[in-house]
Design a protein around this ligand. Structure first.
Ligand SMILES: Cc1ncc(COP(=O)(O)O)c(C=O)c1O
Length: 425
């Protein structure tokens, strides 16, 4: 049991006897991203959070979403547990447009969730239990553990993320082969939080082959594609599409689940509109409808339905003539910052003795591993002496370039190097 859960149970004393086993395991992750973000709140340079800000530090938001705030009265009606039919239809069409390999692939209609976190919870409730195993690369978004391990009691097995600068497919294969019977739930999150890494065109077939081999050996594998940061790929040779199409028809023992939504790719973090879609080899329409109904049942039993206002705003934005251009413009802001980070690293070879950048090519973030000093100590030093906020996850310092104006990125990396020097002195 997590130490934070234990502390809460002690605080509850005899009242802890009311808790279910899920209740006993549950805690608020006050020491993770949220707690560290709060500690950095007053910092002059804040590279902690998974949102995005403009060069003038105002929220990076597309005009087409703000425009729709004057919506008609229908937005106050219930949207239904499956979500607004028109939005589901529009999103499905967009999924295929954004992922040409999905053309002709049979997959369910997306069911609307209260953004991706809720989609993950729906997946956990439907597919993960105490006899199953969640497989995660060891550099992962910490909420996965709260959802799968604490909330539904699934076991967690981590595998090494990178080997020689590339995704460690051998470690993935070993994790798929390890353990006894029971289902495996594999989360693949590209672009990744925290590393900002997406699998390359060369790596994808190896990842797919690893899953296929496990499936052929008789293992049931649920492959969850967490596409939160979809589309934010900045390098050639990187797989820019969702891996959903790769797994949709792979093997009878593989269920592909796609989680995506407005939050990160459309820059509307508080809107809370996401989607869950399903596919598996040989699936009939009736089977896909049954999975949609299962997901809608989870929505119904948890939150009844997702905010109708949020769904109407998304629908209005997607039919706005300015949507595509505005999305491109915001993408270019982030791509410009990514390029600047690359420039800074190549202009400062002396940083290599202070920190090692992890492979990155996409998304909102990049990570560095401080050399010879503890990442948590660096994080604290950065706040105290340099008014600079970062996040520590899995022993790495995560730098969110989506939140820092381009002109301030050089100063941010200089601060990281200086904080490491201070700790070594
Ligand atoms: C990898 C990943 N998946 C899912 C989410 C959840 O996003 P949402 O705000 O849509 O629930 C996040 C948010 O930080 C994330 O980083």
């Amino acid at each position: 049991m997590d130490k934070l859960a234990r502390r809460l149970n002690i605080a509850l004393g005899g009242a802890a006897g009311f808790l279910s086993s899920e209740g006993r395991r549950m805690y608020f992750p006050s020491e993770g991203i949220l707690g560290q973000g709060a500690e950095a709140k007053g910092c002059e340079l804040n590279a902690t959070i998974g949102m995005a800000f403009e060069e003038d530090s105002s929220p990076l938001v597309m005009e087409c979403f703000g425009k729709g705030v004057r919506l008609d009265r229908r937005c106050f009606l219930y949207a239904g547990s499956y979500g607004l039919p028109k939005l589901r239809e529009a999103w499905r069409e967009m999924e295929v447009k954004k992922n040409p390999s999905l053309k002709g692939v049979r997959f369910s209609n997306p069911v609307v969730t209260n953004a991706l976190t809720h989609g993950l919870r729906v997946v956990a409730e439907l597919f993960a239990g105490p006899s199953d195993e969640l497989l995660l690369p060891d550099l992962f978004w910490d909420n996965y553990e709260l959802i799968f391990r604490e909330a539904v009691g699934c076991r967690v097995r981590k595998f090494n993320t990178f080997r020689r600068g590339a995704f460690d497919t051998a470690a993935l294969s070993a994790a798929l082969a390890a353990g006894s019977s029971g289902k495996k739930i594999l989360i693949l999150n590209f672009p990744n939080n925290p590393t900002g890494y997406s699998a390359t065109l060369a790596e994808v077939p190896r990842i797919v082959a690893a899953v296929k081999k496990a499936a052929a050996s008789g293992k049931k594998v649920v492959v969850v594609l967490d596409d939160a940061y979809f589309g934010l790929v900045y390098e050639k040779g990187v797989h820019g599409e969702s891996l959903f199409a790769e797994f949709a028809g792979l093997h009878e023992n593989v269920l592909a689940v796609k989680l995506d939504g407005t939050t990160k790719e459309d820059y509307v973090w508080g809107l809370r509109v996401g989607f869950v879609s399903f596919a598996f080899k040989g699936a009939t329409d009736a089977q896909l409808k049954a999975l949609e109904a299962k997901a809608a049942g989870c929505v119904r039993s948890g939150i009844s339905n997702v905010s109708s206002i949020g769904q109407h705003l998304a629908l209005a934005a997607y039919s706005d003539p300015g949507y595509a251009a505005q999305k491109r413009e915001k993408y270019n802001v982030l791509r410009g910052r990514y390029a600047e980070v690359r420039r800074i690293l190549s202009r400062h070879p002396e940083y290599a003795s202070r920190f090692v950048p992890m492979p990155f090519n996409s998304g909102y973030f990049m990570c560095v591993r401080p050399v010879g000093v503890d990442a948590e100590k660096v994080r604290r030093r950065l706040i105290e002496a340099y008014s600079t906020g970062t996040i520590v996850l899995s022993g790495l310092l995560r730098i969110s370039f989506s939140t820092v104006p381009r002109r301030r990125l050089a100063g941010l990396f200089a601060n990281v190097a200086a904080a490491i020097d201070d700790l070594r002195a």
